[in-house]
Ligand binder design. Structure first.
Ligand code: ATP
Ligand code: MG
Length: 366
């Protein structure tokens, strides 16, 4: 899977630009604050329909303008797909091969994996970051997961409305049962998929982490259910969720929303048996995130049969020599990579296309 070109109009600090990419290695170069990250963000939006760093489309519109538009060409085994994402008048329009489609239909069409120094949030910050990682990775791997996730969010919203109505009384048991079961049914499938994903990716993360850190280290990725248990008498996801349904009913009535399930779950990243969030150094945490990113890339390759587009924003900047070299070898098998740097070329193997960015304008080097 490769991106051939992208056109940007009124996107962030780009008024109008057209960027062409080499099939394999691309290096986006430029001093700070020129538009390198913005360009990667644009590619990411073209692939999945939304930004990974800003949920609000209006923030992506160039200051003083009223709309933005991105259009580009993706190539996969000789077949070209044109994608257009445009936003204006509080509405987002997505077209694939000139045909309008829903944003969700874009996900999985062009798998993309992005990494940036902010990814350390995935380890350091709240569970929401880790859930987003799981949901995004799984949605790109499986259409079924994406659909189930949408069903779950819908069921959850209905259930929360019912909980608030129950506070005022007058909700039939039958009505409650319907949405309780809908939450458990889709919830079970989501949690099972997430646990399976972590189990599948774990050995890959462990191998990558060892390559990068230069020492064999045991990695464990442990799913953490919230408000229910996967252990003890209530084994199995379904039993756990059903038990929580009864156990939290009174508390939920007081709080007014659903207190358990995949929308509050988390996962833990253990490194040598210890939680890397609590005990890992900054460098170790960055290594862990990159090991995870590279593992996601190889898992997509294993499942889909081709590599995703890989976007690496400034990832070498914070790594020491040895880790930079190890990362270079880890990514050497990947297909198309677009990386950014504000300094000279980071370590790279083979030919690399240089794309220069200055104040939202593009030129090519070499
Ligand atoms: P660094 O090397 O520091 O990471 P960068 O080249 O990645 O720099 P970007 O993050 O792409 O820089 O940002 C470039 C500029 O775009 C910034 O100065 C930022 O203020 C500007 N910018 C961000 N959003 C908008 C917007 N909506 N309209 C216009 N300019 C914007
Ligand atoms: Mg940047």
């Amino acid at each position: 899977m490769r991106i051939e070109r992208i056109g940007l109009t009124n996107f962030r600090n780009f008024s109008s630009a057209d960027v062409e990419f080499a099939p394999r290695r691309n290096l986006v170069l430029g001093p700070n604050a020129q538009g390198k990250t913005n360009l990667l963000e644009a590619i990411h939006i073209l692939c999945v329909g939304r930004s990974h760093r800003d949920r609000k489309d209006e923030n992506l519109v160039k200051f003083g303008e009223t709309f933005y538009r991105l259009e580009g060409t993706i190539e996969h085994i000789g077949v070209r797909t044109t994608i257009e994402v445009a936003y204006g008048d509080e509405r987002k329009r997505i077209r694939v091969n000139a045909k309008e489609t829903r944003p969700a239909n874009l996900i999985g069409l062009t798998p993309v994996v992005a990494s940036s120094p902010e990814d350390i949030d995935l380890i350091k910050r709240s569970p929401g970051y880790r859930r987003t990682f799981l949901d995004m990775a799984l949605s790109q791997l499986s259409r079924e997961y994406l659909v189930t996730l949408q069903q779950y969010m819908k069921a959850l919203a209905h259930r929360n409305v019912l909980i608030r109505r129950r506070q005022e009384g007058g909700v039939s048991r039958r009505e409650t049962d319907v949405w309780d079961q809908a939450v458990v049914d889709s919830g079970e499938r989501i949690v099972t998929a997430r646990i399976g994903f972590l189990a599948e990716i774990e050995p890959r993360v462990e191998e990558n982490f060892s390559v990068m850190s230069g020492a064999v280290t045991g990695i464990e990725l442990i799913y953490e259910p919230r408000g229910y248990s996967l252990e003890g008498a209530a084994s199995g996801v379904r039993e756990g969720l059903n038990a929580a349904l009864e156990a939290t009913r009174q508390l939920e009535l007081a709080r007014g929303f659903t207190l358990f399930g995949p929308h509050v779950d988390d996962f833990k990243f253990l490194c040598g048996g210890r939680d890397i969030r609590l005990f890992g150094s900054e460098g170790e945490q960055r290594t862990a995130v990159l090991a995870l990113t590279c593992a996601e890339v190889s898992l997509i390759r294993a499942k889909a049969g081709y590599y995703p587009i890989v976007l690496l924003d400034d990832v070498f900047a914070e790594l020491d020599e040895a880790r930079s070299r190890a990362l270079t070898s880890l990514i050497s098998n990947f297909d198309q990579i677009i990386l950014t740097s504000s300094r000279s070329a980071p370590p790279a193997e083979g030919e690399i296309e240089e794309i220069m960015v200055a104040e939202g304008r593009i030129s090519y080097g070499g």
